[in-house]
Design a protein around this ligand. Sequence first.
Ligand code: ADP
Length: 989
Amino acid sequence: MFIQELVLKQRTEILNALCSSGSAEHLERVLDILLAQGELTWEDYQNIQVPGRALYTNARQLLDLVYTKGVDTCELFLTALKLVLPEEQGAGLSFSGCCSNLEKKEESQNTATQALLTDRPSLVSKLQGCIDGALEALVVSGHFTSGDCNEVRLPIYTPSQQARRLLDHVRSKGESAAKVVLHYIQQKQESGSSLNQEKRTLPKEFLKYQKKLVSSVSAQSCFLSTYGGTSHMSLDDIYTEGQLELAHDCADVHGPLGLEDIIGTVGTVNEEADTVLVSGEAGSGKSTLLQRLHLLWARGEALQDFMFLFPFSCRRLNSEHRELSVQELLFQHCCWPDREQEEIFQFILDHPNLILFTFDGLDELKQSFSDEDRLCCPTQRAPVHILLFNLIQGSLMKGVWKVVTSRPEAVRPLLRKHLRKEVLLNGFSPSGIGCFVRKHHRDHTVAAKVLESLQTNTALLGLCHNPVLCWIVSQCHKELLGCGEGSLQTITDVYLMILQHFLQHQSPLKSTMGLGWLQEHLKSVLHLGQLAFEGIGNTCYIFSCTELETCGVTEKDICMGFLIQSKDMSSAHSKRYEFLHVTMQCFFAALYIVLSSNIEYSTILKLFEPQDMRKTGLSSKCFGACLPSTDQQEKIVRREATGAETPNLQITATFVSGLLSQRHRSLWLHCCPSAMMEKKAKQVSRCLSKVMQKHFKSIPQPVAGEKKSMHAMPDFVWVIKCIYEMQESRVAKDAISKLEVDHLKLTYCNIGPVECTALAYVLQHLRNPVGLQLDNNSVGDVGVEQLLPCLHICNSLYLRNNNITDEGIRKLIAKGIQCDNFRKIALFNNKLTDACTRHFSHLLKIKQDFLSLRLGNNNITAEGAKQLAEGLKLNHSLQYLGLWGNKIGDAGAEALAGALENSKSLLWLSLVGNGVGSAGACALANIIKNSTSLEELWLTENCITRTGVECLIQALEHNTHVKSVWLRNNDLSLEEVEEMTQRESRFIF
Ligand code: ADP
């Protein structure tokens, strides 16, 4: 018993020890041992090792199984764990009393297939290094096809995993295949050849090159560059996990992903492709995430199946104007081999599965992704973007893994075709914000104050989900704590705060808190602004000293900290600069547009043009007009080749809106003529209203009898954010009041808390109530809170799949009960538990006009159903109740039935997949018997037997309203289904 408890008590620690490295190796080795010892059956093993499932889930499954198997298995498990874990990882665990004998079990080894199991640990180790030979032997003997070989050789597998997959495959092929592989291994052993030959015989020069690459990657990745202007911050000290999730639905994967899942089988949509895309908004932490991966690789803590990792920044590749071969690209841009270049490159070509490329910021590349210029020869020279596109597609160096980052707007369908999978990076979670701030401020009191002040300003808290904004807010803690409560509302506010912070840093003795702080540094701001503005117009993010000089940027301006020296491996000789972050460049470009008198008014018009019109290249002319005339022509031509600038123009426009807000007018008072400001501000509000009208005009007229519905166009959320930045309710009202729709659909629009704040700000001015559909976004609890100001105008709120917890519901309902229009809510697939049902129950009691409550695919049990029943008893309006995919069981169904049996309003009830048995069905039959309104009852995927169905049949005899009762996948035989269908035509099986 004691040993079992030991497993149970240390569950969390064991899980972490097995999984926290991100590698499945420890778990798989433990499984090898348990299989060999006969503690796990083959079926057990397959139930644990489900392909594509998260590592932690597999490990949990193993722990559950081991525990239920009893003392002996637990003892063997702990012994195996002790053997497998490196000392430091096992150090915190107690293995006391575990001394199982792991000697090979001889007695059952009669067949070759059995030997594959009993010898599994040693076979796995012997096979690594001679997989190819073993596969060849299996093909020659006719046991394996080339398809089998490919499955084993998948580059995502580590050598040991390839060995295991080979053994698993052989097992499925039967005894003679097992004999072939055992014979092959024996022969190899006898011939004295080392099975790990490949590794051991790796020439010294290769190892030297690897070492050089490791140290250069490590040097590049250990500090975070945002801090370059002020202080250095090591990545280890500050790195905080961001929220990663698959961009597409995947049946087996629920919940967040870990770093290791980026290069894992999880969520693969295209087995043929070897490029993984990590997409996320500007500042969501894409570069930092790659930097983390690089560092972990260089330290030997992750991605150890890759011998060489080549990191690239697309921003830097922009300045490579020569044509290069892949070899030159790798060696000149990443790491130069001191000797044997040809041999090393040949090794790279021969071992694509050992190589990883990362390309940061594909959206910053001057050229948009295209697959027109095909290239397959690695020695052929081509412009760098062509090399890159061919690498991504896999026409060059097929089999090499690539991780690419980009903002989602810049990812075109053409690129998606070549992706193995897409992973979304959604910035920090609410707990991540806390974790980051505490890491940033070692002084606990400062951290606590910053967090406290964020809690009182949820709009700002929402902004902090974006790591770059979280960094600014945390960095400017003095300004944050010094300014009035709630005065920081918009992204522009946050960037103005860092502007003030850095300027203050520049002249710490002078009091810059007054309004004069900007005026004092106006020249510098304009210099940097011009540089930023021209850069945005030219897709240029790295600047040479000459470019700095052209815009008048001086050494003193650089020292302010907004520009940092670019870490360019290829041009160590000439200094180059970039803005701390691309959003900072957009902010300075916006400052320039707002403050400079050289800006033509047409620039603003073009800036607010919707995306589809920009493609004509008009904006290049508007920005181009301000460029130095000498190379203007060439720059415009270059610009027309790209489509990636839109996100930056849109961010710049957002800042322009914010800077022209009435709230900030006093800042510019002595910096530029008020009349000019006034004119620009008017122009912006006119533009915003115009873009909005254009959207409204595009809404199709509804089909007769249907509601008028608007599906947001790509620019809609951006315009809403611009309006929010202005913080002028008149502008919001002007822009939105003409929208006349019944339903506003914003599904899959990357709506997070920040977007919710802006949406609520604008939508509250709608004239008529709407259904607001926000399914499949990342609203979260903070976002829900942000939506409250517009809840009164929502008659239905759809928030399916949005990471909402009971806490978010508490706040939503508290407000919802006061909103007359609010009648329907859909919360399918969130993180709700029984704790939320109390609030719904309250809502049902209070609101006697509430119509629809859908809570499918959450975690509600019988207890929750009982709570809901309390509200349902007193409610006389609810028509739709959906609890699909919860766990209410018989007890829950009975409670609901008790509450609803006399309902005169309920039309539709779904308890699909809730573990409801016949007792529950018999109780539900009472609703059919007594209710005068019910039309549809969904009981698919439960465990109802004949007894339950008989009750339903009896009840239906007295009922003519019910149209259908869905009973698919219950505990009924085919004959029973046949019989029941005959007896009751309203049953659907
Ligand atoms: P992106 O590449 O998506 O634009 P970055 O990776 O450049 O975003 O992040 C911007 C800044 O935000 C970083 O310089 C850093 O200050 C902060 N940051 C981003 N991600 C993290 C993280 N995971 N941990 C700590 N800080 C982060």
